[in-house]
Design a protein around this ligand. Structure first.
Ligand SMILES: N[C@@H](CCC(=O)N[C@@H](CS)C(=O)NCC(=O)O)C(=O)O
Length: 118
């Protein structure tokens, strides 16, 4: 089972690479403003998880620079589980006005990003 999952993961990564979506381009000043806002966001994810790939593709389409956190690493997994409440990925960590929110569900994350950075 592990081998099958590993192979499927590599296929997903390959397809994602070959069919990478076009990155949105903005005027420099506008992009700088957005970059300031996305500094308070980070995406807890696994490289080959299909739901994470879906979110990363949406992030690229929107031309957002959001830090990716490898939730396979023990320290990050611990943070995600203890503070977010679940080990599930993808999870978007949102820091706003000193408060931290943890958003799970790939579709919710994409909707949030599309609405905020449309
Ligand atoms: N409905 C979720 C599914 C996410 C999901 O199943 N993620 C898997 C990795 S591909 C996971 O984190 N499984 C471990 C867990 O649920 O604790 C979404 O769309 O984000």
């Amino acid at each position: 089972m592990f081998v099958v999952r590993w192979i499927l993961g590599r296929i997903i990564l390959l397809l994602n690479f070959v069919f990478a979506p076009k990155k949105r381009q903005r005027p420099v000043a506008e992009q700088n403003k957005i970059d300031e806002q996305t500094q308070s966001l980070s995406l807890y994810q696994y490289a080959a998880c299909p739901f994470c790939v879906k979110v990363r593709r949406a992030i690229r389409r929107q031309g957002l620079n959001i830090a990716l956190v490898d939730a396979k690493q023990a320290e990050h997994q611990k943070t995600l589980t203890e503070l977010g409440g679940k080990t599930m990925v993808p999870c978007l960590r949102i820091e706003e006005a000193g408060e931290v929110k943890w958003m799970y569900e790939s579709s919710d994350i994409i909707n949030y990003l599309n609405q905020r950075f449309a």
